[in-house]
Design a protein around this ligand. Structure first.
Ligand SMILES: Cc1cc2nc3c(=O)[nH]c(=O)nc-3n(C[C@H](O)[C@H](O)[C@H](O)COP(=O)(O)O)c2cc1C
Ligand SMILES: CC(C)CC(=O)C(=O)O
Length: 391
């Protein structure tokens, strides 16, 4: 079939099409997980181990799938996760994603390591609510300035990533000697110590992003730095990368506004649990004191239902947005969001829920791997190994 006429109907097909369009170095950077990528597979397999228990004969002729997340109304319980360097996928990069998010009434989280500046992204889509993701630099002034700029530009919350004291080892990036392409720069760091030179300096030695991280980010960050961050901002702080009850309890104690249960799309510590398998534990420890969101492995509307049934208030989505962006810019992002929204809407109806509040724990049941026979969907493997041939 002619690639041009092919319209993807789910996020897996978007991934296959994006793979056929992107240069290998860029596709691999977006798609990879750390080490053997066990957790990468498991993030998706985890959702398949959880099965739905629908209730029938419920009048679903009127459904409301909207929700409110930290005071922000959202058309459905989906948030766009921060992902670095989006101009590598499409020239409109983060601006296309921000415009799509605003149009579709979902929150966009902008990465610190964006290829447009945080001000350009804010100005591109003033009506769309946005959160700003932070890493803590060794030079605290870099972080402080970013916080001040994000506040001034109207971002509504800071998402502090806490699972990346050091960058995970993504072997494809090492093989590809990954670097930010010469015509691109980190939008937030023009003329700064944290400039994009750092990603290019050691490119002959392996992953440029690994050397950038090791040079500039602070591996000594602790809970004390959350207290410091609170002293320099009035914005709500969301911790991204909590996966245990112990850390969830500490997060609540530290006074943050919310938690994102995340393993960073399996790009950091391979061998971790799938994040969907961590949600209940974290929700239990948080005792409804603050909202819990989750990410990593969400590819279907029914995955969102499963996450909500286990106690999350919303999911964040990373790679599928990048696949939409790579395939057709803002339109592609619109389409990915719409596919997930429509799948969620249909799934909610078929489990017998008229509103997000009606999704509850008894709507899901866990199954063991042994009951399923396969650890991941053959459909997924097949689609990604031969992207266009199959299409
Ligand atoms: C290409 C790429 C870049 C990412 N960049 C960042 C980043 O700059 N900051 C961050 O906190 N997380 C980053 N993440 C992690 C995502 O925010 C999110 O946790 C993850 O993608 C969720 O998993 P999913 O891709 O399976 O949806 C990145 C993920 C990808 C795939
Ligand atoms: C620039 C990177 C450090 C962004 C990131 O978090 C990632 O690639 O997972």
């Amino acid at each position: 079939m002619d690639e041009k006429q092919f319209t993807p109907v789910n996020t897996y097909e978007y991934q296959a099409l994006a793979k056929s369009k992107l240069p290998k170095m860029i596709y691999d950077y977006y798609a990879s997980g750390a080490d053997d990528q066990y957790t990468l597979e498991d993030n998706m397999a985890g959702f398949r181990r959880i099965r739905l228990r629908p209730r029938v004969l419920v009048d679903i002729s009127v459904q409301d799938i909207s929700t409110t997340l930290l005071g922000i109304s959202s058309s459905f319980p989906l948030i766009i996760a921060p992902a670095a360097m989006q101009k590598m996928a499409h020239p409109q990069g983060e601006i296309a994603v921000a415009r799509s998010a605003a149009k579709n009434k979902v929150i966009m989280t902008l990465s610190s390591l964006s290829t447009y500046s945080l001000e350009e992204v804010a100005e591109s889509s003033p009506t769309g609510p946005k959160w700003f993701q932070l890493y803590i630099y060794k030079d605290r002034l870099v972080t402080r300035k970013l916080v001040e700029r994000a506040e001034k530009a109207g971002y509504k919350a800071l998402v502090l990533t806490v699972d990346a004291q050091r960058l995970g080892r993504r072997e494809a990036d090492i093989h590809n000697k990954f670097t930010l392409p010469q015509h691109l720069t980190f939008g937030n760091f023009k003329n700064w110590t944290a400039s994009d030179d750092k990603i290019r300096t050691k490119k002959s030695q392996g992953s440029g992003i690994e050397s950038y991280f090791a040079t500039l980010m602070d591996p000594s960050v602790t809970w004390k730095d959350i207290a410091w961050l609170k002293t320099i901002t009035k914005l709500p702080i969301i911790l991204k990368g909590i996966t245990t009850a112990e850390d969830a309890a500490k997060a609540v104690e530290s006074g943050v506004a919310a938690i994102i249960v995340s393993n960073h799309g399996a790009r950091q510590l391979d061998g971790m649990l799938a994040t969907i398998d961590c949600v209940e534990e974290v929700v239990g420890a948080v005792r409804s004191l603050i909202p819990v969101f989750m990410d990593s492995g969400v590819r279907r509307g029914t995955d969102i239902i499963k996450a909500l049934a286990l106690g999350a208030q919303a999911v964040c989505v990373g790679r599928p947005i990048l696949w939409g962006l790579a395939v057709s810019g803002e339109d592609g992002v619109d389409d990915v969001i719409n596919l997930l929204r429509n799948e969620f809407h249909l799934g909610m109806g078929l489990v017998g829920c008229r509103s997000v509040n009606e999704i509850h724990r008894r709507m899901v049941k866990r199954q063991n791997d042994s009951c399923l026979g396969v650890s991941r969907s053959p459909k997924y493997d097949e689609r990604l190994s031969q992207p266009i041939a199959r299409l």
